[in-house]
Design a protein around this ligand. Sequence first.
Ligand code: COA
Ligand code: AMP
Length: 634
Amino acid sequence: MSNNYNVAYKRSLADPEGFWGDAAQEIDWIKKWNRVLDSSNSPFYRWFPGAQCNTCYNALDRHADGGRGDQAALIYDSPVTGNTKKTYTYNQLRDEVAKFAGVLRSHGVTKGDRVIIYMPMIPQAAMAMLACARLGAIHSVVFGGFAAHELAVRIDDAKPRVIVSATCGIETNRVIEYIPLLNGAIELATHKPDKCIIFSRPECEVELDPVRDVYWQSAMVDAEPAECVAVAATDPLYILYTSGTTGEPKGIVRDNGGHMVALKWTMKNIYNMNPGDVYWTASDVGWVVGHSYIVYGPLLQGCTTVFYEGKPVGTPDAGAFWRMISEHSIKALFTAPTAFRAIKRQDPEGKLIADYDISCFETLYLAGERTDPDTLHWAEDKLAVPVIDHWWQTETGWAIAANCMGLHPFPVKPGSPTKCVPGWDVQIVDETGHPQVPGTIGEIVIKLPLPPGTLMTLWNADERYLSAYLNEFPGYYKTSDAGIIDEDGYISIMARTDDIINVAGHRLSTGGMEEVLAEHPDVAECAVIGVADQLKGQLPLGFLVLNVGVSRSNDDIIADVIKMVRLKIGPVAAFKLATVIERLPKTRSGKILRGTMQKIADSADYKMPATIDDPVILDEIRTALQSIGYAKRA
Ligand code: COA
Ligand code: AMP
């Protein structure tokens, strides 16, 4: 049956240039493109070559000058700082951003320079991102929950001219001082930034380095506003580092033109948001969700975006989200299922919802991990609005599969993010690349070219881009997710096919954690797996094989490695579980059987791997896991 979704989907695959060329009419260009898609250097495809534009202009000036100047652009709501609230209109946000762009420029930042932004969820984080976009500088936001070492790795890769940070972040009841982390990272890194611009927060006042550092507030006093700089549509807007299979993160590079076209299109067609609507993404600017749907998407669409510095529970209670929706007239909320599991755990009956008028609320969008049917049904039942699971990745920048509420809503199948979004030709193949019949699980791959707004390459690592994503299935992008497409075209995401785990919607590398554990002098060998967790979806769990003759107790060594992961990767790794075992289960060729260990831990069914070198080890693993509360079913 023909509907808007079917029409759009078919056209997007049959005529991608026509489809995205039309979508691009929604953006203000300084100069139009020579052609919509350049495939001449495939698989390095480029969208809108020849075009010139500015992302900040389209996100702010266009609305400020076009009749929305007095409309709220950004609402900041911070329960962790005694309920601070502040609204910036499009005029005010544009002016702040232009001034901060002037500050960056006065410190030598020009087109193509990198700027690292290491900030909490305060409006200045968005201002810094948009100021970079205004100058054509490339921002790289680093999530505040990462430790100094992770920041240092990103500094060395991106080589920023300037770092923008704040004196602290606030986690429910604890102040996280950023300056020691920043200093530690700069000390560890080989590359040194010219300048650090620090936003001073009343919760934490510190001594700055008088030569290297300057306060945001004092720099803004005499700043000359900077105008938007024309950049090529194909110039990078940002680098966002995400977990790979090793401790070395991948720097996802996003362009300016394709990114704007795609995000603006999604705001209407996936999220059904119109200019003037209030759209809230409860996440963090350090993640891709924050880039696309706290900052760029809503502002490109002329919506009001919401910056929430708080948690779903504990700031102050499990009614926080309903208070936000009611107080700010929020029409759509986008968050991770884990946030809803946290709320449900504290208020299973959803009683706190009744304290607020949430009649303005129309749709809940969930992503970052699979929405389990329990959470889906709870949210549907308590909120009485559509609850839309959608699937995407840092690499893709926007949803690959979703129920497109602005095109044609389909019935929801629990556990499925519905169908492929227009632009995405998703296929299920076996390990040799042969298509699977509907309903059979396999590798999820996407036919090239990917639509606009997706990754262009990895920063300074074209070869790694090819080997990580494109070489294994020529002509296709490998998602590293496994799944199924059923007879009706509904897609289900079943598991990652690599060492990535998903903890509270945060993407983490078990390989990266193993690298840290292996540094402990008493650890001979180790493995980290993700075990199922009712709240966070998954939690990392480490297995340690100790050197012969180690004198310290197992408990002490476990305490050490937990501390090491927190210090090296950061609290966000949530690494709190480890056990000591005699040996690791391996195949005869020496590959650690992490998948089997995970199934034992989760009490799931598993087949004895044919290539295992010694099956008895699995019993030892089960016993070790049982001693810490896992592998309950024999
Ligand atoms: N700066 C410093 N530390 C941070 C941090 C930040 N920006 N973000 C998280 N942390 C810390 C937490 O305080 C916690 O520390 P702890 O071990 O001392 O308790 C640790 O990192 C793990 O964080 P998290 O896994 O988020 O657990 P939590 O108990 O603090 O919160 C949820 C659990 C479910 C409430 C929270 O993860 C959440 O709201 N998630 C859903 C939304 C989301 O952001 N998804 C991401 C992508 S869409
Ligand atoms: P990130 O890059 O942090 O967005 O993480 C991307 C990964 O999270 C995907 O490859 C999936 O494994 C998982 N993921 C994200 N959204 C969903 C979803 N809706 N359903 C299932 N898995 C998801």
